[in-house]
Write a protein that binds this ligand. Structure first.
Ligand code: NAG
Ligand code: NAG
Ligand code: NAG
Ligand code: NAG
Length: 429
């Protein structure tokens, strides 16, 4: 009941946002997405080789899987769902820049389709992780407002009432990283790739005064793109018709930027667009799809039929498949590659070949949407001359990672409840 009420109230919030916003955005806007290992990223480490970066991304995929798993195994129907068990931390793979407040202050935030809250570190910081950029100072912004602890957005968080009745939230991630602070309302400004800047007033965000854990000082905060009510996409709501999309450039295109679109800009159209139902997972943050079958060469591997059996995530690099499916698929890949397997020097992947082998495409059949994946979506050069089948097995959890999504435009429609795909050269976007 409280939940239904919260949804109704947040719908009315969207409506009040809407008019001002539509004017600002003319129906849609696009921003650059920067891969964390791109030379444009503050996380870029120039002493890493391409292979070091691949290895680190593989290791991050593994730890992110662990957090999804922890989040999903929580018995959410027992007690009021605790935020601490429902979100995953900031190990996303892409960043965006945005500005907070008036006058606008630039911040670099990790984008995360696996969590909801938008937050940045704020002054005064009693215990913040050291960050490279200056801290956001709310007392310097004319549009900053504390939200009250009776406000609707506050009801979506684990929170208490402060001395001036402000909403003091705690948001914990699955690995015990956390942000504590005041839930506030602010104007956010996005530099649209069209050159216009798009201002969005009255966005609820966390002004973090006490943040710690696995956060990295190259980032100033996080932008949640999940399906829950406090995420950026949910807050933009009807002003973007519940639509966002992205187009991720291949891993090897280190100097090209990817793009994130909202509203009209996020509509996929034309030849080759396919759509599959978006399934609400038990945790509303996560985006579920239904994978029916994977085909490589002449072999088709059926996926256990269950609605929402795989989570689509932009923050996990690799695809992770149920062990039973993985084993059949790997052996089908082996049958279709006419070369002698070699060892992965990092000891992570079980099927690798020299670069001169010919790698197969494969088809992922989601309900209503067959995707033909190029070798770059499923194979990665992990060391000089060594290319591996870059999928990992897991006993009970599947994730459709960002490698599999590269060179596709991927469009989410939270109103129609669909995810659409169209093959695209994302470097030309
Ligand atoms: C950069 O990469 C090198 C080589 O992998 C590593 O030794 C070093 O610790 C990294 N630096 C930072 C700041 O992460
Ligand atoms: C406060 O805002 C002014 C502009 O109004 C700016 O010059 C100054 O750097 C800001 N100070 C901080 C700490 O953000
Ligand atoms: C917001 O709440 C904090 C206490 O956490 C208080 O110090 C600050 O003055 C409040 N800001 C505004 C604009 O009301
Ligand atoms: C697939 O089947 C066709 C026709 O049955 C056969 O010619 C081809 O060699 C098979 N390919 C593989 C990879 O088994």
């Amino acid at each position: 009941m409280a939940h239904v009420l919260a949804i109704l109230l947040s719908l009315s919030l969207f409506v009040s946002l809407r008019n001002e916003f539509v004017e600002a955005s003319n129906g849609g806007f696009s921003v650059d997405l920067i891969h964390r290992d791109s030379p444009l990223s503050p996380f870029f480490n120039s002493s890493d080789t391409f292979y070091d970066r691949v290895k680190k991304a593989v290791l991050r995929s593994n730890s992110r899987l662990e957090r999804f798993r922890q989040a999903s195994s929580s018995p959410s129907s027992v007690s009021p769902p605790s935020i601490s068990s429902t979100v995953i931390p900031n190990s996303g793979e892409y960043l965006m820049t945005l500005s907070v407040g008036t006058p606008p202050v630039n911040v670099k935030a990790i984008l995360d389709t696996g969590s909801d809250l938008i937050w940045v570190q704020c002054k005064p910081c009693d215990q913040c992780y050291p960050q490279n950029d200056p801290l956001f100072d709310p007392s310097n912004s004319t549009t900053y407002r504390n939200l009250s602890c009776q406000s609707t957005p506050c009801a979506n968080l684990e929170a208490s009432c402060g001395v001036t009745n402000e909403c003091e939230y705690t948001y914990q991630y699955g690995d015990n990283s956390f942000t504590d602070g005041v839930l506030a309302s602010e104007t956010l400004t996005f530099d649209s790739t069209s050159g216009r800047s798009v201002q969005i007033p009255k966005v609820s965000f966390g002004c973090g005064h006490h943040d710690d854990g696995t956060f990295d000082g190259n980032g100033d905060g996080l932008v949640g793109l999940g399906g829950g009510p406090l995420s950026l996409v949910s807050q933009l709501g009807s002003s973007i018709d519940g639509k966002f999309s992205y187009c991720l450039v291949p891993l090897t295109e280190t100097s090209a930027t990817s793009v994130l679109n909202f509203g009209d800009h996020a509509v996929l159209s034309g030849k080759g667009v396919v759509s599959t139902p978006l399934i609400s997972e038990e945790i509303d943050t996560f985006y579920g799809l239904t994978l029916e079958e994977i085909t490589v060469g002449n072999t088709s591997v059926k996926f256990p039929v269950e609605s929402g059996n795989i989570i689509i995530d932009s923050g996990t690099t690799l695809t992770i498949l149920l062990t039973s499916v993985f084993e059949v698929l790997e052996s089908a890949v082996k049958d279709s590659v006419n070369a002698q397997p070699i060892d992965d020097p990092n000891g992570i992947f079980s099927l690798c070949y020299g670069t001169d082998a010919e790698f197969p495409s494969m088809t992922y059949a989601f309900t209503g949407a067959e995707l033909l994946l190029a070798p770059l979506n499923m194979f990665v050069e992990v060391a000089e001359g060594v290319v591996c089948f870059a999928v990992l097995p897991d006993d009970d959890f599947s994730i459709y990672g960002n490698l599999a999504q590269m060179n596709f435009k991927v469009g989410y429609d939270l109103v129609e409840k669909t995810v659409s795909f169209v093959p695209t050269d994302c470097t030309k976007n």
